[in-house]
Write a protein that binds this ligand. Structure first.
Ligand SMILES: [Zn+2]
Ligand SMILES: [Zn+2]
Length: 374
């Protein structure tokens, strides 16, 4: 039983060509075995997606499928031409430029925008707070510098394609049980360009486009959160036939810092204060993004009390409030007492009365903790 291509791509039966393309592009990017090393079924799923795309990206095939299902397709002579994977770059080449192994009848339709590229970058929490630049390296389909994209060896002529008379497409008529089916395919000689180089460019083998390793310094704005992405317009794959380049997306990972818990723009830290010191008052060393800082603990500080270091959290990414650093006081009750310590505590305990033990304010421990993790 073959899968329903609409289901495979996760689109509705009314999906536009654009939606179908978008859905396939997204799946291709997620599932390509070069990229997806976690899902053991990625390869199968990728193949299924490519086959579904072959059917739905072609108006003729799609309508045959809509009316007669897979059976209609096979009796009209269609079978998948998807063979397997080259490298990730080959797939990009195939899908966004160069040849068209899907034979999707794209033909010569004017300018086409290049595809988007995604790369990952990792920054520390400290750098995320200050803003930084990261170095990214990625492969994109770019114009061949040698032939300036026309596919011809420099100084050699470019002819109108003899196979398709410059139209870029080939039409074949197949007789089937369902009547005549006209299929339009991209010309296999000029790959839809309508022109051929008499002597192909050595560098790109006449394709005019090639994979280029690209390096870029990317500004990461102060206040960026984990998993946010930065879009760099025009740094993706080169467009075709004069179309604009796609975009580069830098997916930013902010490395967790075990000293801080991040809640929006606020940073939460916990400091341990021994019970006697909390009663007497003391100063403790608190890690902040700017380094260690001495923070005063008032006499009589209670467990779970919060000290706010104003404006010491993460800066606001756009407009809005900069975060605070919230210090949660964890009062530590001494254990493993020696005989002497025990005597002292017993002595102290005997002297305590109600005035020593009433809470300084009405807010209970629960309310404080809730406030810290609001
Ligand atoms: Zn070239
Ligand atoms: Zn041609």
């Amino acid at each position: 039983m073959k899968a329903d291509p609409y289901e495979v791509l996760g689109v509705s039966r009314e999906a536009s060509d654009q939606d179908i393309k978008k859905a396939f592009r997204k799946l291709a990017r997620e599932l390509h075995p070069d990229v997806n090393t976690e899902d053991p079924h990625a390869e199968e799923k990728f193949k299924a997606a490519a086959e579904a795309y072959e059917i739905l990206s072609d108006a003729e095939r799609r309508s045959v499928y809509d009316r007669y299902g897979h059976e209609g397709l096979s009796s009209s002579g269609f079978h998948s031409t998807f063979q397997g994977f080259g490298s990730f770059t080959d797939i990009f080449d195939a899908f966004f430029g160069g040849g068209d192994p899907f034979g999707s009848g794209r033909g010569r339709q004017g300018a086409m925008q290049g595809g988007d590229v995604a790369v990952q970058a990792e920054v520390s929490l400290h750098d995320a707070a200050r803003g930084t630049t990261v170095h990214v390296e990625y492969e994109r389909v770019g114009m061949c510098e040698t032939c300036k994209g026309n596919g011809a060896k420099p100084g050699t002529p470019i002819d109108t394609c003899g196979r398709c008379d410059g139209t870029g497409e080939l039409r074949t008529v197949a007789r089937t049980a369902f009547g005549q089916i006209v299929r339009t395919q991209v010309c296999d000689v000029c790959m839809g360009e309508g022109k051929t180089a008499r002597e192909p460019c050595d560098e790109c083998h006449g394709r005019g486009r090639r994979a280029v390793r690209t390096q870029l310094e990317v500004n990461v704005p102060a206040g960026i959160a984990d998993d946010q992405r930065i879009r760099l317009t025009g740094h993706g794959h080169a467009g075709e036939r004069g179309g604009p380049a796609g975009d580069l997306y830098v997916m930013v990972r902010v490395r967790p810092d075990e000293r801080f818990l991040r809640e929006g723009n606020d940073l939460i830290t916990v400091v341990d204060v021994p019970a006697p010191a909390a009663a007497l008052g003391t100063t403790v060393t608190v890690p902040t993004l700017e380094g260690d800082e001495e923070v005063e603990i008032e006499p009589g500080t209670q467990p779970g009390e919060l000290i706010t270091l104003k404006g010491r959290g993460m800066p606001a990414l756009r407009r809005g409030r900069a975060g605070d650093q919230i210090v949660v006081v964890n009062v530590v009750i001494p254990r493993n007492l020696s005989g002497e310590q025990r005597d002292l505590l017993e002595k102290l305990s005997g002297t305590l009365d109600a005035s020593n033990l009433e809470a300084a304010n009405a807010e209970g421990l629960f309310a404080k903790v809730k406030r810290a993790f609001r």
